[in-house]
Write a protein that binds this ligand. Structure first.
Ligand code: NAD
Length: 393
């Protein structure tokens, strides 16, 4: 009888895991079901663009029915509520249940608030196209309201955390906010665009040459950097920094870090303090060979440094492909193989026309248009790989 492979999450890891599992197993050998809250796959590495109004949401989503058409992969729309490891079932928020033989957990991450007072209630996050829509319409509302209130807080936009998410977003905002201002008859000179970062420098893990380049590019477009000072409190109309500084603003977009998904944390799987599941070399959860955990919810350690790999889309995709291969090995009685990540590099856009990055194993530095083209190229390569180039909405 066909085994049931249930994949939770249709993100970068889940989609690749589904496609690869199906590549290796016929429908007689395995029924594959992918569970997702939304009826589409989101290119979450591109969320900064709709958040700042450059692209529409439909440009960065791919309907699952189109993407998976003819691939014999079932889609179950619903929100995963919990996993029952003992019964090998997954409960959905609507009360229904799915029984699995093999489970792939690819639910991504959630925002980490580090217990900062008022932050969750009074900030925006950028984790989905819905978040992007919310941010864009809030920014337009603030600009429109300023025409009436002339309150500087309405034109002060803060991004908390200057990692890749925060920097890519602020680069895009620096380009797009002046366009919104023009549309609403507001002088863009009155806009304050703040990047608040706890560490002394932006973009942890990037060499100084590139962080300096990023700062220069963004400063030239009006971004102000408040580095070396953590945000410690957030209220509806003001942010408090550790040195006592107060920023009057109605807009804090929090990009200060991520943690494993709460479903993983509450599943009974072994997790570390940031909520990520401990996995073995073949990506199986500790003590549960029938459960694979991939992407941002898994703790993947770099054997050389002993530190976790940063949770990137690139890594999630590679884990998804490897996981699919392990599943068909497992079901065909073959040997499981350890996962080895291949670093292709990291590219960060700094708005519409600029980018920085490190390419290849040797981390060759690239800047400006070539870096922006490489970033666009990597998106197109990904879309081609999953068969999503012409499947967009
Ligand atoms: P991150 O953890 O990489 O960066 C968060 C930043 O917030 C850090 O610099 C941290 O010092 C800062 N911070 C934390 N607490 C703070 C506080 N109280 N006040 C001010 N600053 C504070 O998080 P991210 O940028 O969301 O990225 C998450 C993961 O996704 C990373 O692994 C990243 O590499 C990956 N990512 C990759 C890309 C890309 O490849 N282009 C884009 C986005 C995200």
């Amino acid at each position: 009888m066909a085994k049931h492979v249930v994949i939770l999450g249709a993100g970068y890891g889940g989609i690749q895991a589904a496609l690869e599992t199906r590549r290796g197993l016929t429908a007689d050998a395995a029924k594959i079901t992918i569970v997702n809250r939304e009826p589409f796959h989101q290119l979450i590495t591109e969320l900064h663009q709709p958040a700042a109004g450059r692209l529409q949401e439909k440009n960065i989503t791919i309907p699952l029915d189109k993407l998976l058409s003819g691939k014999r992969i079932g889609v179950c729309l619903g929100e995963v509520a919990s996993i029952q490891l003992d019964k090998r079932t997954v409960a959905l928020a609507d009360g229904s249940e799915l029984k699995y033989d093999i489970l792939v957990v690819a639910l991504g991450s959630e925002s980490e608030y580090f217990g900062i007072e008022g932050l969750k209630e009074n900030s925006f996050v950028l984790k989905s196209v819905h978040d992007a829509t919310r941010i864009r319409s809030h920014i337009e509302d603030c600009i429109e309201r300023y025409k009436v209130t002339e309150d500087p807080a309405d034109l002060t936009f803060a991004v908390g955390g200057a990692g890749l998410t925060g920097i890519e977003l602020i680069g895009e905002l620096a380009d797009m906010i002046p366009i919104f201002c023009k549309k609403h008859g507001v002088d863009p000179k009155n806009v304050k665009l703040l990047s608040v970062e706890a560490m002394p420098t932006i973009l942890p893990g990037f060499p100084e040459s590139l962080t300096d380049r990023a700062k220069a590019s963004l400063s030239a477009r009006g971004v102000e950097f408040l580095t070396g000072v953590p945000l410690v409190k957030m209220e509806p109309d003001q942010a408090t920094l550790k040195d006592g500084r107060i920023i009057q603003t109605h807009t804090m977009i929090w990009t200060g870090g991520v943690r494993g998904h709460s479903v993983v944390q509450n599943s009974g799987l072994e997790v570390e303090p940031r909520g990520r599941a401990r996995i073995n070399d073949s990506l199986q959860a500790e003590g549960h060979p029938e459960v694979f955990v991939i992407g941002d919810s898994a703790l993947l350690l770099n054997k050389e440094t002993g530190r976790p790999y940063p949770p990137t889309a690139q890594l999630a995709g590679q884990m998804g492909i490897h996981c699919g291969q392990q599943i068909y090995s497992l079901l065909k009685g073959g040997e499981l193989e350890p996962f080895t990540p291949h670093t292709q590099g990291t590219l960060a856009s700094l708005g519409r026309k600029d980018a920085i990055g490190m390419v290849g194993e040797r981390r060759l530095e690239v800047t400006g248009k070539p870096a922006a083209w490489l970033k666009e190229g990597s998106k197109l390569r990904y879309l081609t790989q999953i068969g999503g180039l012409f499947a967009r909405a």
